[in-house]
Design a protein around this ligand. Structure first.
Ligand code: TYD
Ligand code: MG
Length: 412
């Protein structure tokens, strides 16, 4: 793309040392994509010269969402879609299926970085999508497309282009089977924002989470449903991750997690069963595995319930990933419920962090969580003492606990 000496030049022009207060800081203007749930995660919209990385499993909907977004943005701005994954015909077919305005989207099916650069120089787009970085390669390196060296170098060159030309760039990265290797993770530090798709490819719901954002809040969630006309935003997602049980079942506990500005009710499921090996299994999907081992130790030490000879499996329904410790109490009550083979109280929600000393710690925005649960028809809640609402919430009986043992005592 550029000569070897220039390849490693700094991004900023060399400049004098100056006082921070003397630098004029301007609010960056944002260009909404017109897709509300995407704008929400981006922190309001696309920013000129910013580079966004969108990662996710193959087939989760990255190309679909970006084509929908580009078609909308293209109405007012100059947009270019560079695809190394699909042929022009395939993309045209998809655009037809999505019923988007294809006239405004310029398309290039190309994987060689130097040729992409040449097109960027002539087309001068305001917004460009590179789908995906793993297919792009540069002639200056020997290694195959998709290798760590190629992915890094191509992303760095493209980022440099975006910064120097004020182009908004969206780079797609597949999460590879090998995990971190050559996947989007190796690029996180280069780009301005990192968004990840989450969700179970078998269910129709998709979440997009910002895990890094130089221009907005992180941990904001965008929620979509995959339909036959592409991805549709879900503006009121709080009840999506509850499974519908006719009767309350053992091992199920509903928690309220607060992701970004919206509370979300998620069903946590546990299965505790006799282990048939000297090393019982601890497996967790959507929740932290190491934390599960720790929580089980706390359960034994501070509530007298041991599961040394039991396998313990934990799952957050719907492919959601919950990182916040507010899930602790729900995880443990689900475990206790499965172990005793007795369902928890119907229409009950639980949240709270559990400490190593067996204490139940408060979580942020407890009131909002409770109100959302009440709105969805839940009538009982077990929460940390400090999260007890100051004014009662209509239709909701709140049990505030200080210790794990108090919460376990509430279970049947
Ligand atoms: P895609 O955007 O190609 O995924 P990625 O770019 O992340 O690899 O999504 C492909 C999946 O989405 C595919 O399994 C079919 C499904 N899909 C729909 O259900 N409806 C649609 O309108 C489209 C375009 C795709
Ligand atoms: Mg794709």
């Amino acid at each position: 793309m550029e000569s070897t000496q220039k390849r490693f030049a700094g991004l900023a022009k060399s400049s004098e040392v100056q006082s921070l207060s003397a630098v004029t800081a301007e609010e960056v203007p944002r260009h909404p994509t017109g897709i509300d749930e995407l704008d929400r995660v981006l922190g309001g919209g696309l920013v000129k010269g910013a580079v966004v990385l969108i990662g996710g499993d193959p087939g989760i909907g990255k190309s679909t969402l970006l084509l929908q977004a580009l078609a909308q943005v293209g109405v007012t701005r100059h947009v270019l879609y560079v695809s190394g994954e699909e042929s022009a015909q395939q993309i045209a077919l998809r655009a037809k299926r999505l019923a988007v305005d294809a006239a405004s989207v310029r398309l290039l099916a190309e994987i060689q970085l130097e040729r992409i650069a040449a097109t960027l120089a002539t087309e001068k787009p305001d917004v460009v999508v590179i789908d995906s970085i793993q297919t792009v390669y540069t002639d200056t390196l020997q290694s195959a497309p998709g290798s760590v060296a190629q992915v890094r170098e191509c992303a760095a060159q493209l980022t440099r282009y975006a910064k120097s030309h004020g182009t908004t760039m969206i780079i797609v990265g597949h999460v590879t089977k090998e995990g971190a290797l050559a996947g989007p993770r190796v690029l996180e530090h280069i780009v301005d924002s990192v968004l990840y798709f989450e969700g179970d490819t078998h269910s129709s719901f998709r979440l997009i989470r910002a895990i890094k954002n130089r221009f907005g809040a992180v941990n904001e969630l965008g929620v979509f449903a995959m339909t036959d006309k592409g991805l549709r935003g879900v503006s009121n997602p709080s009840a999506l991750f509850l499974s519908q049980h006719e009767e309350p079942v053992p091992g199920s506990c509903v928690m309220v997690t607060q992701e970004g500005t919206r509370p979300l009710l998620v069903e946590v499921q546990a299965l505790v069963d006799d282990a048939h090996s000297p090393n019982p299994r601890r497996l967790s999907v959507g929740l932290e595995q190491n934390r599960l081992a720790m929580l089980l130790a706390v359960l034994h030490r501070h509530a007298g319930i041991g599961c040394f000879d039991q396998d313990v499996f934990i799952n957050a329904v719907g492919g959601v990933k919950i990182a916040e410790p507010a899930a602790d109490l729900a995880v443990l009550l689900a475990v206790v419920s499965s172990m005793r083979n007795r369902a928890l109280t119907e229409k009950m929600v639980v949240f709270g962090e559990v400490g190593l000393a067996g204490e139940v710690r408060p979580v942020q925005r407890g009131q909002e969580r409770l109100k959302e649960a009440a709105k969805l028809g839940f009538t009982k809640a077990i929460v940390p003492k400090a999260n007890r609402p100051k004014t009662p919430i209509e239709g909701m009986e709140v049990i505030a606990v200080e210790r794990l043992a108090d919460a376990v005592a509430q279970c049947r």
